[in-house]
Design a protein around this ligand. Structure first.
Ligand SMILES: [Zn+2]
Length: 54
């Protein structure tokens, strides 16, 4: 099984990072979570969307 050799080498994603975009923090005040959508984390993107749509 060749995947056993892979495990010995550690996480292959470290050698070949999938993320090209730099990780940004959520724009929300006092939120240090990773931004996933339009500069907000998933929770604050939802809150922000609800607020702006009213
Ligand atoms: Zn947030």
């Amino acid at each position: 099984m060749h995947h056993q050799r892979l495990m010995r080498h550690g996480d292959p994603s470290i050698v070949r990072p999938r993320r090209v975009k730099a990780i940004a923090d959520c724009k929300w005040v006092n939120c240090a979570k990773e931004a996933v959508t339009k500069g907000y984390c998933s929770k604050h993107y939802y809150i922000q969307r609800v607020m702006t749509s009213v």
